[in-house]
Design a protein around this ligand. Sequence first.
Ligand SMILES: Cc1cc2nc3c(=O)[nH]c(=O)nc-3n(C[C@H](O)[C@H](O)[C@H](O)COP(=O)(O)OP(=O)(O)OC[C@H]3O[C@@H](n4cnc5c(N)ncnc54)[C@H](O)[C@@H]3O)c2cc1C
Length: 390
Amino acid sequence: MNHCFDALILGGGAAGLMCAMEAGKRGRRVAVLERADRLGKKILISGGGRCNFTNIHCQPEDFLSANPHFAKSALARYTPADFIVLVEKHKIPYHEKALGQLFCDHSARDILAMLEAECRAAAVSVFLNVEIQEVSRTTEFVVRADNAEFRAPTLVVATGGLSIPKIGATSFGYDLARQFGLKIRDPWPGLVPLVLESDDRSHYCDLAGVSTEGVVSCDGQQFREKMLITHRGLSGPAILQISSYWKKPQPIGIDLAPASEVTADLRDPKAPRNLSALRSQLRQRLPSRLADRRLELHPPASWTNAALADFERQVHAWTITPAGTEGYEKAEVTAGGVDTSELSPQTMECRNIPGLFFIGEVVDVTGHLGGFNFQWAWASGAAAGRAIQD
Ligand SMILES: Cc1cc2nc3c(=O)[nH]c(=O)nc-3n(C[C@H](O)[C@H](O)[C@H](O)COP(=O)(O)OP(=O)(O)OC[C@H]3O[C@@H](n4cnc5c(N)ncnc54)[C@H](O)[C@@H]3O)c2cc1C
């Protein structure tokens, strides 16, 4: 069977659906071709099932990219306020959690239902279970699937990254970019738990479930948030954030007692200087089990001022060199991707291939934790959707 449209959008996730509804609203005949048996599976599992759909403090600094300026234009033209207008139009109840993060009160299903309704209203055609065999370009783009052929002058690639292969992530977008001769910035798993080296693992991982606030730093970046000990290493928001910047074999620095001086009271000449006094101070800053473990592993060499200063320094500069990450199976996002130098920052269209667009996670723009990745999906999807010609 042959289908002709103004635009074909490959991938019915966050970016693809936003692009489809924006283009459909402008009278374009749009088809979304989705490989899975339903749209937006990742939206449904996002934010612990409540979808952290945007962040009201979104700034270009909240994104990693080889070109930190690339995302600015799209982010400025489709803002968190624009998405909130849509959410409120659909009467979806939401709330702000910490740090400007907006979540649904009830379920991520509300966000998906909203996007589906907007696509229906814009007469977008949706094809599910589409197994794409080949994409070619003659006078227009031709997408050959199992039982059908789709043609359009515009092709938008919105197939996401490599994270969570068990819900259908594929390298399709990168492969297609390579087929068209576009540069790729090698992808890597981002927002992902870290795995510790065996020594650190045996020292700490029996404390799995213990969490504390820390300042975690690597590669000139730092995040002050909660971190969590897991059965194989470290996780929690601070660790997920820094993981996007980490490359093996860089070390990661952890300040376990941010903005506090653990040994201050012990320096008072009248105060007792012994293990139990130090333990009591450390337990005021760290969960008891972690405080006791630090003392067991790194007790002060003596009770001199110099030894206490050295102990203090170590508490603020725990250095770990992770063995690796938990990989794409556990990564919330894929960093790297289609090199932004190939794309127009205003429209996401390839500079050298008119009609070919890349949007969302497949592009080398990766958000911090906290609703930024969806904001990029909405903003890049809207930029392309508004630029699609008849
Ligand atoms: C567990 C988890 C929780 C997350 N929570 C949040 C959160 O709360 N807030 C936030 O901002 N971000 C969150 N993210 C990140 C966010 O989900 C993604 O960044 C965002 O979905 C990317 O949108 P996208 O449209 O580019 O890709 P996706 O949403 O991944 O959509 C890509 C679509 O393309 C389809 N596809 C793939 N290959 C093909 C093919 N060959 N042919 C046709 N279709 C194909 C896929 O099935 C999928 O439907 C989370 C991610 C994960 C994994």
